[in-house]
Design a protein around this ligand. Structure first.
Ligand code: 5GP
Ligand code: ZN
Length: 136
């Protein structure tokens, strides 16, 4: 299941080279060509799904299990001090390649601010209204 003109489908098919860290029947793990830090990698399902909305539930579970396995290996080998898992869905959320992927970003002391948002200060009634919107 692939999509024409998808760069990650082309990488999976071997039509575009990549630095592969791990591969199994379902997934390929490659180094990101524009890394945020040393060792920044991407988990790609071999089948094309645009985002987490489309990814089947069992594959989402397997992707997270693989993230945990890679995180342990990479922390050991790269000697990083922490780790971010990042997964963007939709252009507004920063997604630029529309083939589901999970970022594995090793973090090092003093590597600077890579992921930052400005915390809001909602009142309790606003949080309650949001809770009702989501749950009712
Ligand atoms: P997004 O912004 O969609 O969450 O992340 C897409 C990521 O794919 C970016 O971090 C970008 O550097 C990476 N990327 C884009 N094109 C290629 C490529 O051809 N090869 C590899 N290895 N990574 C890519
Ligand atoms: Zn694809």
């Amino acid at each position: 299941m692939r999509e024409n003109n998808c760069i990650f489908c082309k990488i999976i098919a071997g039509e575009i080279p990549s630095h592969t860290l791990y591969e199994n029947e379902q997934f390929k793990v490659i180094l990101d060509v524009g890394p945020a830090t040393r060792g920044h990698a991407l988990i790609l399902p071999k089948d094309h799904y645009r985002n987490l909305y489309e990814l089947p539930e069992d594959m989402a579970a397997d992707a997270m299990k693989l993230a945990k396995k890679m995180m342990r290996i990479m922390t050991d080998k790269l000697n990083c001090d922490g780790f971010n898992l990042v997964q963007n869905n939709g252009e507004v959320a920063g997604q630029t390649v529309f083939h589901f992927h999970m970022h594995l970003i090793p973090r090092y002391k003093e590597d600077g601010e890579i992921l930052k948002y400005i915390a809001g200060h909602p009142e309790g009634k606003e949080l309650e209204e949001i809770r009702r919107t989501i749950t009712e």
